[in-house]
Design a protein around this ligand. Sequence first.
Ligand code: ATP
Length: 879
Amino acid sequence: MANYFNKSTDQVLKEFNTSKNGLDNGTLEMHKEKYGPNALNEKKKKSLVTVFLEQFKDLLVIILIIAGIISMATGEMESTIVIFAVIILNAILGTVQHVKAEQSLGSLKALSAPHAKVMRNGVKIEIESKDIVPGDILVLEAGDLVCADGRIIENYSLQVAESALTGESESVTKTSDLIDKDEVALGDQINMVFSSSLVTYGRALVVVTSTGMNTELGKIATLMEQTQEKKTPLQISMDDFSKKLAIVILVICAVVFGLSVYRNTPVLDSLMFAVALAVAAIPEALSSIVTIVLAIGTQKMAKENAIIKSLKAVEGLGSVSIICSDKTGTLTQNKMTTKELYVDSKLIDSKDLDLNSKPCKYLLDSAVLCNDSTSIDGKEIGDPTEVALVNLAHLYNVKELDLRSNFERLKEIPFDSDRKLMSTLHKIDGKNTLFTKGAFDVLLNRITNILTSDGVRPITEEDKRNIINTNMKLSQNGLRVLAFAYKEIPEIRDLSLEDENGYTFIGLISMIDPPRVESAEAVRDCITAGIKPIMITGDHKITASAIAKQIGILQDGDMAIEGLELDKMSDEELNRKLEHISVYARVSPEHKIRIVNAWQNKSKIVAMTGDGVNDAPALKQADIGIAMGITGTEVSKDAASMILTDDNFATIVKAVTNGRNVYSNIKNSIKFLLSGNTSGIIAVLYATLAALPVPFHPVHLLFINLLTDSLPAIAIGVEKPSKDLLKDKPRDSKESILTKDFIKEIALEGLVIAIFTLIAFHIGLNVGGEAVGSTMAFATLCLARLFHGFNCRGKKSIFKIGLFTNKFSWYAFLTGAVLLNAVLFVPPLQKLFEVAPLNIGNIGLIYLLAFLPTVIIQGVKVFLDFFQKEDSEEEKASI
Ligand code: ATP
């Protein structure tokens, strides 16, 4: 592999047949063919066999295997076959689900695939990083993820974090100079950048030397083993629950077995009781259902513009009680248009610049030269603030590329949100002129002179007062105001932050960035949902407050404070005022961390948006870090747990609703499965204690648990969000899913179903003996659980939820009923599932007895709905 750090820029450009203007079309095609896509090999996937075998590790599956062996020992061949068939089917389903989950995560990852800026045919364009080829000229800017290895050919104070490669978290300062040694360590190749590094500061042009598996990262194969998707708290608590359940089942089985033996029941029959109980109690489908519902939830969110990077975030979203949002682009449209300009002590419309006057000309020149963006043929690349300035120049037929090639950029200090300034050095009329643009309040204190049509003169207090008043007037209308200044410096040399002082004031440019139409409604929804929306912005306090008022974030009695004020506050003071502060302006990323911490100390779950390179720590600190898909830096996307593909605040609120919905659906599915199992357990326990025959064969219970119960459980999992979902307070994140009330409901509903199942069992025993009794018990239990699927769709009665609002619940019910009838009426299935033929009267009785639990449960719900309505009306009256 060639070393590029010790080759000159020209040599490397020549080797790849390229220039600073980038590849031409012909060479590009050749390189595509020669080098292929810029893709790192997928992680080594687990083999299907390994995944299949892993399915047998589950303690509950082991209990089932034991049940199968006991069945075999008791000569119950049909049961044995079905139990083992079920175990194998279960493992196949688990394997398929694993593969599907991997695919779906893969497609989500593809949605958030990184982009890169390259020069091609002399034009800067943005492409997917997989389309980069060696020889491409990469344009790196702060916040970018480096997607290939390359040699730096032009450097403007570039700093990169290479921790993914070197483990070193400190940023490294880079150079474009030649390194004239043969053997240097990777970290010493400071004229090279490497794939997976993050640009933390500055800019550079880089010629790509290797891509994909040929990069340094590609060579370190172990690094490619992407980390496995971690289990979510819900999945962990379900696993934990399953383990505990398994132990409880074993103990109860032992007790039931002991009891039967004590009663002189033959050992084999006693064993059959224990097996039936184990099979009844094990919620075989539970963990798959939780995973399936989570996966469906993430797919739905992706369609609604929120890409979830970790499943954990889906659950976390349901508990969010604070949303800290950037202003620009998230609450506003990020479509900046210049409005009024202040130049030569006059406030004028942006269309009224007189380019014959030096202040006006300097204002426009500085706006275009001290600017990295372009707007060519309607294609805007770069920061919208800067694009607005380029578009302003277009009004005067000034083309950014022409002006920039006439007055080349000699040196620069790039913009960063902490400093809020950007400076570039150019030779203008033979003088080295440093143009600076930036936040009005930051620049104002560094001004000593003012440029007027009569020339440059020292700035007076009155000038400053006028500028401040103008800024105030513009900001109060929600406009962003940028200040422009310049200074001449004697020679061309590297610039330092000390140079950003002693300026001559040129003027102000104001621009409008209207709020998104949907922001106000989303803010209202947030407040109804018990979530506090907070604006955190780098913008000026007055501008921020004006926008926050328009969309309802800043209300009477709320406070807006600046970063500097926050610095002066002690932790105690911040704690006291926290609930009242709705706008933080002129903040730096460190402030964001302090705000997140302060809320988290009050046990709140905080969602925080961020787009800049320095936002990464705050995004990691927040419970839900949210990055912007369009304007966000790759660094912020890397740190976030959710990415908004439309950068829209309203999407966060939608995602929170979806998060709450997914959680409540999962909870309802769990309730459905566990209450059904409870009814099975109660029936078996009753039969043991009453010294009756076993009411169900293991095949019956497996049929219900795995087949007919799974369908309504999934249907419940895809229930649409109810209108009331946003009226509830956020869920306490520490609250366990299995609360006392929840367990009580499960037990009661299970008991009701068990009572009717046992009535059917007794009737069957009386009219037709053991076989008919067991068939009637099985059919009633199965059907009652299918009806119960409608009860578990939500807290309210089915009349409130709407009987036909979830078509899947009907498909599930009908499919389950058809399957049950097939087992009851098709002779080979009758034999396999050990059911006795029933007469029409018995069948009618089964349908009636299976329906009655639902009548009772719905009756109670209707009653509760009625009282809750009265309560809420009383509440309204008292308000
Ligand atoms: P938000 O934090 O809500 O996204 P923001 O865009 O105002 O808001 P920053 O990008 O950190 O936040 O900008 C902070 C301030 O820096 C702005 O209010 C503006 O005055 C100034 N500024 C923004 N972009 C530039 C730029 N490209 N060049 C110079 N100054 C800029």
